[in-house]
Design a protein around this ligand. Structure first.
Ligand code: FAD
Ligand code: SF4
Length: 498
């Protein structure tokens, strides 16, 4: 433990956020580190628990709290306090391939389990992680680590989201020759073309890509496996193939087809168009007007926008629409509004089922005067102009009846809406890659393996990440990628020391 009385002496201090008034004018990251002396005090708040729940990944009441990577959190908290930033990095690096991603976008399952959260505020584990990794890059603790001996085995990874990157990174460091195939023009999966730039600056992904390339990983972008390259090609060339293609099948809305030119888009396609436009131009000071001129870009400017779905994706759409200059933003959520505080039936260290007000909600409230969310509500139907473009929608309250969600008659309301974004979750992976490889799918439309394993029904073909577990989190993608790499290594070598 860094300081025995730290948790009693120091208050929790989170990273600073640029206020909405300033940050909505651009797509830059808006978190700023606190001064280093304060960071050290935040490290001192850790009690170095004998049984550290923060690193446990316990499933309680159907939800996990604690870190899925089992990060050695108390150890690096102590090193932060003792000013040993290099040692803090060494311990973080032992269990986590990409702390720069999780230190930015992870909902911090660890903090929900931190014992300081039982009666007060948890340790700032998430911000501490970001501090450690950014110090490591800035101070040169991170250097390319090229394996001294190569195994001669070749592995293809399909998909370069967090799970594919974690498989590739782990197997490359073990000495295998790894090539990553990515359908998009840039690597990163949803880190690149899902999560907006203000939450995760895309240069952070490029920085990691450069490092991995220097270490020997080969990336092939713009290659659609199953179309441009087929399973037999890959199985001939490689000793093992790992499918990490994500869960891209978006859940639609009855009677409201996301055709794009009718004003209805799936959220990820909308978010991707903004990020692409940002990256394809002079990046820093691009205004929305300039973005529109670029073309191929879905604009919310001047439009009444309705977003269906209240999760992270919905929130990212809100923040993006605010930055575009939408006329109004309304977010519909089918479930009831959660309580502001934990209920007695949802005690620590369970995942807190409480109302989360994220950056997008905060920004919309600043611009339009109120929280954009309407709970227990969905879209009943859309009305279109003569050109077939959406102009308004009818929304309706919903309620559970006999365990089924039903529209509440007489609760309809009409809203102007020229842009409808569907952020209603995902229903598993796209089928053409599993079909091409001939691997079995589960009834949830994910690639089937034995529980807690990663080998598919086809010899030499493995899977990890959202394609395997269904729509999830970056940290689970990395955790699955690491565990899958171990299984691949065992398959290739007959044993594994990973
Ligand atoms: C908008 C949005 C915001 C999110 N925000 C957060 C957040 O803040 N925090 C968090 O923890 N999680 C967040 N998530 C979830 C998280 O991004 C995913 O759980 C995670 O990225 C899954 O990683 P993955 O590697 O399994 O798949 P993905 O990230 O989906 O990557 C799959 C990759 O495979 C590629 N691919 C697919 N088919 C082929 C093919 N045939 N050939 C070649 N390549 C192919 C895809 O192009 C893609 O790059 C968010 C998700 C969305 C949609
Ligand atoms: S649970 Fe909290 S106080 Fe205990 S070791 Fe983890 S971070 Fe430190």
């Amino acid at each position: 433990m860094g300081k025995a009385t730290g948790f009693m002496e120091y208050e929790r201090k989170e990273n600073l956020r640029i206020p909405p008034k300033e940050r909505i004018n651009n797509f830059r990251e808006f978190y700023k580190d606190i001064p280093v002396e304060e960071r050290r005090r935040q490290g001192a708040r850790c009690m170095d628990c004998g049984v550290p729940f923060c690193q446990s990944a316990m499933a309680l009441d159907g939800m996990v709290t604690g870190c899925p990577l089992h990060n050695l959190i108390p150890e690096w908290n102590e090193q932060i306090y003792k000013e040993n930033d290099r040692q803090a990095f060494m311990r973080l690096n032992k269990t986590s391939n990409f702390p720069e991603f999780t230190g930015r976008v992870c909902p911090a399952l660890c903090e929900k389990a931190c014992i300081n959260g039982e009666h007060g505020n948890p340790v700032t584990i998430h911000d501490n992680e970001r501090y450690i990794i950014e110090q490591a890059y800035a101070k040169g603790y991170i250097k390319p680590v090229v394996p001294q001996v190569r195994s001669g085995k070749r592995v293809a990874v399909i998909g370069s989201g967090p799970s594919g990157l974690a498989v590739a990174d782990t197997l490359n460091h073990r000495g295998h020759n790894v090539e990553v195939y990515e359908r998009e023009d840039r690597i990163g999966g949803l880190l690149m073309y899902g999560i907006p730039n203000m939450k995760l600056d895309k240069s952070v992904i490029a920085r990691r890509q450069k490092l991995m390339e220097e270490e020997g990983v080969v990336f092939h972008t713009g290659v659609n496996v199953g179309v441009d390259v087929t399973a037999p090609d890959l199985l001939k060339k490689f000793d093992a193939v790992v499918l990490c293609c994500g869960a891209k099948n978006a859940r639609g809305l009855n009677g409201l087809e996301a055709k794009g030119d009718n004003g209805i888009w799936f959220a990820v396609d909308f978010l991707k168009s903004t990020t692409k436009a940002l990256l394809n131009g002079p990046f820093d000071e691009k205004s929305v007007e300039e973005l529109e001129k670029n073309g191929g870009f879905v604009s919310a400017k001047g439009k009444h926008v309705v977003i269906v779905g209240g999760g992270d994706t919905g929130n990212d759409c809100i923040g993006t629409c605010v930055r575009h200059g939408a006329a109004s933003v309304t977010a519909l959520e089918m479930m009831p509004q959660p309580p502001k505080e934990r209920k007695a039936s949802n005690p620590w260290p369970q995942w807190p089922k409480v109302l989360k007000t994220d950056y997008g909600h905060e920004e919309a409230a600043y611009v339009y005067g109120s929280d954009p969310r309407i709970f227990e509500t969905t879209v009943k139907e859309g009305h279109y102009d003569k050109a077939g473009h959406l102009k308004e929608i009818v929304i309706s309250k919903v309620a559970f009846k006999d365990g089924k969600l039903e529209l509440v008659e007489g609760s309809e309301q009409t809203l102007p809406c020229e842009l409808l974004l569907i952020a209603a979750g995902f229903v598993g992976c796209e089928k053409y890659v599993p079909d091409n490889f001939g691997v079995n799918l589960s009834n949830r439309n994910t690639v089937l393996t034995e529980a807690d394993h990663f080998a598919t029904s086809v010899k030499g073909v493995f899977t990890a990440g959202d394609m395997h577990r269904g729509q999830s989190l970056v940290v689970w993608g990395v955790a699955e990628g690491r565990a899958c790499a171990r299984e691949v290594d065992e398959y290739l070598m007959g044993y594994s020391n990973l």
